[in-house]
Design a protein around this ligand. Structure first.
Ligand code: PLP
Length: 377
């Protein structure tokens, strides 16, 4: 079986993890946590990076610190991984789901603008949803599959409607818009180092922010809000959300290989694109002109997703469907879903991701290509 997207652990992972074991620094403090945070801040250009147990925790803390509270609404795309929307509900808020763009598969900014114009009003520099009377406190652009939307336009809208931007950049390490790294546009950005991501710590995440006092608060909240170095004095209800040193050690080793991983993803994407360009049944996610995507998970639009996935999986090529749109899940069926042509359903019904691990050799890539060609022949 050629797997979909698996860890590539060919660097100093053993060495750095062994160092943690040899020195007994395996838990929530240690030099690798600081080093990992510093390297992510440097790579992304964010002023601060705060490591967390996973990307979901990073999103949860970011939303709380962005001021999202009980009863609020938060705008998000209708196609994303469930964790984006779960993090909104953890704050006692509800999502406003916006349909996606048919070309880029990111939040449709025309629909977003229309929704804000038609369905909201501003009072005392706060945005309210007219019909429900509820406050819309934030917007969460999700950089789906490492692609990005027109961030200039999104930021203009967010500013006009007083919405805090909390970016879900969990899939977008290495992606940028006008040379600015994903996750550094909003008040906060979140990264994930889950096993299927470009860079992995097994499980892990990172909060990015340019705001020093919010970075301090993020560290505080993720470490049980302990307010005294010696006494167990906690000044609010915090969370045990810190990444442990042994996993950060793995992250440091992975960071050393990140440029190679990104290059590999780019090469795989290019080879697939070149070979599939003559297959009229296949179309790809489009990338806006100012976006450099990290090509995280190669996903294509095909006429019969089920048949395509069955064929590939039965022949040893692990392939997956796209996420079920949020409005189709039982717990989010009643949330506001702003759409015109329900593009989410179309994309979900036709999209499939195929093997593209960074350790997939050229011979493996050619095997994938041949299988896809055979399916469509
Ligand atoms: C879009 C999106 N949001 C959030 C997450 C959550 O990250 P994690 O699995 O690290 O909690 C993921 C990845 O798993 C994701 O793909």
């Amino acid at each position: 079986m050629i797997p979909l997207s698996v860890p590539n652990l060919g660097g100093n992972e053993w060495k750095y993890i062994k160092d943690c074991l040899d020195t007994n620094w395996v838990s929530s403090v240690g030099s690798y946590v600081d080093r990992f945070e510093k390297s992510l801040a440097e790579f992304t250009g964010a002023k601060h990076a705060v490591a967390t147990v996973n990307g979901t925790a990073a999103l949860h803390i970011s939303l709380l610190l962005a001021g999202v509270g009980q009863g609020d609404l938060v705008i998000a795309p209708n196609i994303t991984f469930i964790a984006s929307i779960n993090s909104i509900t953890y704050c006692g808020a509800n999502p406003v789901l916006i349909d996606i763009d048919e070309r880029t598969w990111q939040m449709d900014l025309n629909l977003l603008e229309e929704f804000l114009k038609k369905e909201t009003s501003i009072r005392s520099k706060k945005c309210f949803h007219e019909k429900s009377g509820r406050r819309i406190s934030a917007i969460m652009p999700v950089h789906v599959l490492g692609n990005m939307c027109d961030m200039s336009r999104l930021m203009t809208l967010a500013k006009k409607y007083f919405l805090a931007i909390v970016e879900d950049a969990t899939e977008a390490l290495g992606s940028s818009y006008k040379q600015k790294h994903a996750g550094t546009f909003g008040l906060f950005g979140s990264l994930s180092f889950n096993g299927n991501k470009i860079l992995t710590t097994g499980g892990g995440g990172m909060i990015l922010t340019n705001n020093s006092s919010l970075a301090k608060k993020a560290k505080h909240l993720t470490t049980q809000a302990k307010a005294d170095a010696f006494e167990y004095y906690h000044d609010e209800s915090g969370f045990n959300y810190r990444l442990v040193n042994v996993l950060a050690a793995m992250g440091c080793a992975q960071m050393e290989q990140l440029p190679d991983f990104l290059k590999k993803k780019y090469e795989i994407k290019n080879l697939y694109s070149k070979n599939f360009s003559s297959i009229k049944e296949i179309s790809e996610q489009q990338v806006e002109k100012n976006v450099t995507a990290n090509n995280w998970l190669y996903t294509i639009h095909v006429p019969d997703k089920k048949k395509f996935l069955d064929y590939l999986n039965q022949n040893g090529f692990q392939s997956r469907p796209f996420w079920v749109p949020m409005n189709q899940l039982p717990m989010f069926k009643k949330e506001i879903y702003y759409q015109q042509e329900n593009i989410s359903a179309k994309i979900y019904n036709h999209c499939a991701s195929i093997p593209c691990s960074t350790n997939l050799k050229k011979s493996g890539q050619l095997q994938v290509i041949n299988a896809v060609k055979k399916f469509f022949s």
